[in-house]
Every structure is written in structure tokens, then in C-alpha cells.
Design a protein around this ligand. Structure first.
Ligand code: ADP
Ligand code: MG
Length: 365
């Protein structure tokens, strides 16, 4: 109400009046004090709740790439530390190159049954499904072929046709026998070697995202060198703005400093396979680390494949498979699958999108 001595000042405390006081002065004072105290206590409680909603970020080198994890939520710092430890544990379990890992032991077992963890069985189930869906374009039994080309080692080289023919004899998912209930794996052909390089990163990203969500975090991003899964929406935005889609960049294969497109999603995986990340050059030829299981030779054709679907493990396997299948067969596979979208960049740097992809994608050129 207007103050009598400061007519210009509109809001000021009302003069004490009989209207307000009514009963005993003392009782009112006590009541006011109690209300004030209650206000302070509940205010502090709400504030404390708000303050414990942290925004946290971790950047670590693992799985041969830069991994960034971001989260908004209660105890975000602690949750991310635990998530990183979990990812490191899974990497040690699933890498063919880590001595003592499940995959390493399977590859060394000379046809014997090997007891493995649930996680290895889960990856094999994704791999088996992908092998079936892609008519063998995605195949985790390429281990011996990859070794022959020297991928995963320092000395990469082009093998002879005869060498390739020999190792191709052990390629094919039919050479893998495994039991979900018994939790064991056995390789039937003496030349078969497993390599989870085309699916493990996605699987580990999924596990980290699911771990983070299980700890009550609502918005998070797990990004393993561009293999991304979003929990909820974009982290690190003020709460009052509500949930917003996270924006995931797709690199320009000819200049990785540039983005060619941005994909906006919530609760989904966005994952890219490309021939520009890991390859070697010999006699002017470029050899990508993605192998066509039919020939044992690196694929040629597409520059990159970006897949959007709910699970990063599935996206990882499909991205690798579409690189093998090429534009036409690859795109018809994607169109045949529910809840899967793709953005292909051809060797000529042409962008090709599946039917539902344009709605998620902003092209930046
Ligand atoms: P990145 O690891 O760069 O994200 P990918 O997801 O495409 O790339 O995985 C490539 C890896 O997958 C290779 O390094 C190799 O370990 C494995 N791989 C290569 N070709 C195939 C294939 N046809 N099927 C399954 N795995 C493959
Ligand atoms: Mg892959």
C-alpha cells in the first residue's frame, strides 16, 4: 500500500492496525515467529534439494577413443565416477586384445567350452541377431581376418589372396556355439576368432546409460567418440526450461573439424561408423577397418553411416553392417526395420536419409 510520507513509493509495509492484530499481541508474535521459522526451515530444505541436483562431466580415454559423460541430477559426480568404472570393467571383459578377457579366453580355448559373464552372452545375442538381419554383413567372427590385416596392431599390411582364403574358412556365425543358460561359449572351427569391435562400444555405452538412469539421473549423455546415447534430454540446461532434445553432431568425413548435420533426439542412441576414422594407406589405396565378410577385404563406397535407434549396441552393429552393404542394400535394410533411421554419406559426399531421418536432422550445408 502507498506510504503516507512517500506517495511515490507504491509498495510498503502496511501500518500496524487493529484489523491485523485482533486478539492477543503476544500470541500473534509467537505465531509469526513460528511461521517465519517454518519458512526458513522448509526453504532451506527445498534449496538443499535443488543444490544436490548437480551437473557433472567426465572425460576419459578408453576403448581407444575419447569418452565424455555428462549428467544432471542428484549426486551426478558420484554417479559418473561409478559409470566410468563400470565402462572400464566392461572394456576389460569384451576386448579381444586384453589378456584374460572373456573374448581373449574364448579365442585361446582351442574349441573348448569357456565360461563367460552375462555381458558376453548379451553381446553375442545382439551379434547373432545382427548377423541374421544383415545376411552376414555384420559378423563378429572376423577376428582372424582383422588380425591378418593388422588392425588393432601397429603393423598393418595388405595380405595375399591365399592368406585371406585360409582365414575366411573360420568366418561365419555358425562357427559360434553358446548357451545363455549355461553361460558358456565355444568356437567350433579351429580358425575362428571373435572380435567384438563392431558392437562392444555401443553395448558399453548402453550399459553406462542404463546404469546412470538407474541411479535416478534424468538427463545424461554418454559419448564414446561419437557413439552417443542420450538419457532423457539435453543435460546442463536450466530446469525451468524443461526437457529439450540433445543435439548430436555428424562430422564431415572430408574435414572432421566441420559438422555436416545435427541430429536432435531424446532417449535414443545416435551412432556413426565411418571409413575416415581408422584406416591405413598403402600404395595409394585406403584400407578401412570395416571388413566385408564375403571377401575378407575392407569395404569401399560409403564415407559414413549414422544410425538412430533406441539401443547403441544395435546402432553400432547396424552402422558397421550398412558400411558393408552399401547404399542400396543398406538403406533397404534400414527401411525394413522398425524404429531405426539412418543418414548415409556417400563417397561423393552426398547425403541420403531414411524416411524418418529428415524429421530429426538439420543439414548444415
Ligand atoms: P568404430 O570402432 O570406429 O566406431 P565400427 O563400429 O564400424 O567403428 O566398428 C569397426 C570395428 O568392427 C572394426 O575395428 C572391427 O573390430 C569390427 N569389424 C570390422 N568389420 C566388421 C564386420 N563386417 N562385422 C562385424 N564387425 C566388424
Ligand atoms: Mg559398429
Amino acid at each position: 500500500m502507498p506510504h503516507e510520507n512517500h506517495p511515490g513509493l507504491i509498495y510498503c509495509r502496511a501500518p500496524r492496525s487493529a484489523v491485523f492484530l485482533g486478539g492477543s499481541q503476544l500470541k500473534l508474535k509467537q505465531l509469526l515467529f513460528a511461521v517465519l521459522l517454518l519458512g526458513i526451515v522448509s526453504g532451506a530444505w527445498v534449496l538443499q534439494g535443488y543444490m544436490s541436483i548437480e551437473s557433472a562431466r567426465r572425460d576419459v580415454l578408453m576403448m581407444d577413443t575419447f569418452v565424455s559423460v555428462l549428467a544432471d541430477g542428484r549426486q551426478a559426480e558420484k554417479v559418473l565416477d561409478d559409470a566410468i568404472v563400470e565402462m572400464q570393467r566392461l572394456e576389460a571383459l569384451l576386448s579381444a586384445h586384453v589378456e584374460g578377457s572373456d573374448v581373449y579366453r574364448i579365442n585361446q580355448a582351442r574349441g573348448e567350452q569357456v565360461s563367460v559373464s552375462t555381458e558376453t552372452i548379451e553381446v553375442l545375442l545382439v551379434a547373432e541377431e545382427a548377423f541374421r538381419q544383415t545376411n552376414g554383413a555384420f559378423d563378429v567372427t572376423l577376428g582372424a581376418v582383422l588380425k591378418l590385416w593388422g588392425f588393432g596392431t601397429d603393423d598393418r599390411r595388405v595380405p595375399s589372396a591365399a592368406e585371406l582364403l585360409e582365414v575366411l574358412a573360420g568366418v561365419g556365425f555358425a562357427n559360434v556355439e553358446f548357451s545363455r543358460e549355461g553361460q558358456w561359449v565355444r568356437l567350433k572351427h579351429p580358425g575362428t576368432r571373435l572380435d567384438f569391435g563392431g558392437v562392444a562400444k555401443g553395448y558399453i555405452v548402453d550399459r553406462a546409460a542404463e546404469f546412470i538412469a538407474s541411479r535416478g539421473i534424468r538427463h545424461a549423455v554418454v559419448d564414446a567418440g561419437g557413439d552417443v546415447r542420450i538419457v532423457g534430454g539435453r543435460p546442463n540446461i536450466p530446469r525451468w526450461r524443461g526437457a529439450r532434445p540433445a543435439r548430436v553432431g555428424v562430422q564431415d568425413p572430408t574435414n572432421r573439424a566441420n559438422l555436416i548435420a545435427v541430429v536432435s533426439v531424446m532417449d535414443a542412441a545416435v551412432l556413426t561408423s565411418g571409413d575416415y576414422e581408422r584406416y591405413f594407406v598403402e600404395d595409394g589405396m585406403r584400407y578401412s577397418h570395416i571388413i566385408d565378410p564375403r571377401t575378407g577385404r575392407p569395404v569401399q563406397g560409403l564415407s559414413s553411416v549414422t544410425i538412430v535407434t533406441s539401443k547403441a549396441a544395435v546402432a553400432d552393429a547396424l552402422a558397421t553392417a550398412v558400411m558393408v552393404l552399401g547404399q542400396e542394400a543398406g538403406m533397404s535394410l534400414i527401411e525394413s526395420l522398425d524404429g531405426v533411421e539412418a543418414l548415409l554419406i556417400t563417397a561423393e559426399q552426398e547425403l541420403i536419409m531414411s524416411s524418418g531421418m529428415a524429421a530429426l536432422t538439420e543439414i548444415l550445408r
